[in-house]
Design a protein around this ligand. Structure first.
Ligand SMILES: Cc1cc2c(cc1C)[n+](S(=O)(=O)[O-])c1c(=O)[nH]c(=O)nc-1n2C[C@H](O)[C@H](O)[C@H](O)COP(=O)(O)O
Length: 500
């Protein structure tokens, strides 16, 4: 068993050992293949990188992807030396980091959190910079990111009164599976950036509140950890979000593993042949500056490693995915297939033609194509056409993006959505307050649903339809403003008066 001092000797690009969970690995040959670039590994060459590693990767990653002989055994236990890896992390505490740690101590109590935006605010103050950047970022100027939320504010209600609204029931079925609410926790990657338990925290809260969870391909926890976290006694419903791998054998194995683990539906993400340019994520220095790594590693040509966490973890995604692949999926699995990331009427009609069970109208939370329209707007276009073609009962339609209030959820249901996916709010609640935060976020939405339905004049979500909505203004988008342009724009000058 090598000692820490032995491990320390292997600290460069030509001879690189790291420690993860007390296990030593020789990653020298793996360096050039690491999707996240060599720098992030070389920062921990000869050291313990467990903390950083586990934020991004499921614990079984190295055992899964490295040849067995690269595992060099456990660290000799009685090594009296402390490993610097974590220590160095401590030393680097800059002013901002010190302030963040101090704010964690002064965090508002959960009892002071009244809505989902409160979670976002607290998370923005207490999360590590890189984590906040990754979760909050949208693509380019984040116009679509903001439009996702603004679009809901252009829809007003036409409430009905003098109806007995004593017994409110917002439960529903999603793809035939019971759900206490018409929303689900959508797939968002890298849960451990926000919380040490990552996606397992969401699993536990979903069980407590009987909310369906969509398990992401790019989770920090391993798939097995997440499905094993489900409540044993109750048949807790989980869906799986699939990024299709260029190597279809890998994808087929993942789908078979989903079936083996009682996953109830497959949400194939179709809006990300390449992940968007999320500049907050890129700027958060996911891949570290070369300056603090003394090594002769040349930056790899080709992939621009400075693309933040997103690009670093997604190089496997198949840019060649196309409609013909749907036939292949229908051959290899009996699971209901839902296409996540449909963004126009024509593709929704194609999805029905290809016989999928559902679609998610989504622009990936504004993280993919800038100027993609909000999903609520696409839904408003789509439903009248489906009804006219008598296709509205052929598939279940979900939407996600920018949902922050129960009123947003009710607008989507009234327009014909079967359910609504919510992403960032549950990440922020998890990052700031753990399990209790996520449960509280779900309960806030349930309280808001009860109030809004009562004031709308409906007892169940089944009663909702577009007659409760005023859509007049929905398509009158205003631009929420290009922040960068506004910051750099130099206003015109007016003629100067002659000096006195
Ligand atoms: C916030 C967030 C969203 C991600 C997400 C990661 C984060 C941090 N990631 S990403 O790394 O590729 O971008 C995924 C993902 O793994 N797969 C996916 O289908 N959607 C991904 N999405 C999109 C997500 O499923 C919803 O479409 C989006 O979050 C809905 O918008 P709100 O966050 O405003 O609710």
């Amino acid at each position: 068993m090598p000692s820490i001092s032995e491990v320390k000797k292997h600290d460069n690009a030509n001879d690189c050992w790291v420690i993860v969970n007390n296990k030593i690995y020789d990653v020298t040959e793996f360096l050039p293949e690491h999707p996240g670039g060599q720098k992030i590994i070389l920062k921990f060459a000869g050291k313990d990188c467990t903390k950083k590693f586990e934020q991004i990767h499921p614990p079984d990653t190295l055992d899964k992807y490295l040849a067995p002989e690269k595992y060099l055994g456990e660290v000799e236990q009685n090594s009296d030396e402390e490993d610097e890896g974590e220590e160095e992390e401590e030393e680097e505490l800059d002013e901002e980091e010190k302030q963040r740690l101090e704010l964690i101590e002064r965090k508002p109590p959960l009892s002071q959190i009244y809505n989902l935006n409160d979670f976002e605010y607290v998370a923005s103050k207490v999360m590590e910079k890189q984590a906040w950047a990754y979760y909050s970022s949208g693509c380019d100027d984040e116009i679509t990111l903001r439009e996702n939320h603004f679009a809901y504010q252009r829809i007003f209600f036409k409430p009905r009164v003098l109806r007995n609204v004593t017994n409110i029931d917002f439960s529903t079925e999603i793809l035939g599976f019971k759900s206490s609410v018409p929303f689900y926790v959508t797939a968002t990657a890298l849960g451990k950036l926000g919380h040490p338990d990552g996606e397992k925290c969401l699993t536990r809260a979903c069980f407590k509140e009987n909310v369906i969870q969509m398990v992401p391909t790019l989770s920090s926890c391993s798939f097995q950890e997440i499905v094993d976290e489900r409540n044993k006694e109750k048949d807790q419903t989980q869906f799986f979000q699939l990024y299709v791998n260029s190597d279809r054998k890998i994808t087929q194995k993942i789908v078979e593993n989903c079936e083996k683990n009682n996953i109830k539906a497959l949400f194939i993400t179709v809006d990300a042949p390449q992940l968007g340019r999320r500049e907050k994520d890129m700027r958060s220095k996911y891949t570290l500056d070369a300056s603090n790594i003394q090594n002769d590693v040349e930056e790899d040509e080709g992939i621009d490693r400075s693309q933040g966490a997103a690009r670093a973890i997604s190089s496997f995604i198949d840019t060649g995915l196309n409609w013909e692949d749907i036939k292949w999926f229908k051959k290899i699995t009996k699971l209901p297939i839902i296409l996540k990331g449909i963004q126009c009427v024509d593709d929704a009609l194609l999805a029905i033609e290809y016989g999928v069970e559902g679609i998610v109208l989504s622009n990936h939370g504004g993280r993919q194509l800038e100027f993609a329209r909000s999903s609520i707007e696409v839904l408003a276009d789509l439903m009248p056409i489906l009804k006219q073609k008598k296709l509205d009962k052929k598939i279940e339609i979900f939407i996600d993006g920018g949902v922050r209030r129960a009123s947003d959820i009710l607008k989507a249901i009234a327009l014909g959505a079967k359910g609504v996916g919510i992403g960032r709010p549950f990440l922020y609640a998890m990052s700031a307050y753990g399990d209790d935060g996520v449960v509280k976020a779900m309960r806030i939405l349930k309280d808001e649903l009860t109030m809004n339905m009562r004031l709308l004049g409906v007892n169940t979500v089944g009663e909702l339809n577009e007659n409760y909505l005023d859509l007049l203004n929905l398509h009158n988008r205003f631009s929420s403003g290009d922040q960068l342009f506004q910051q750099v724009y130099e206003p015109l000058k007016l003629p100067a008066f002659k000096p006195k």
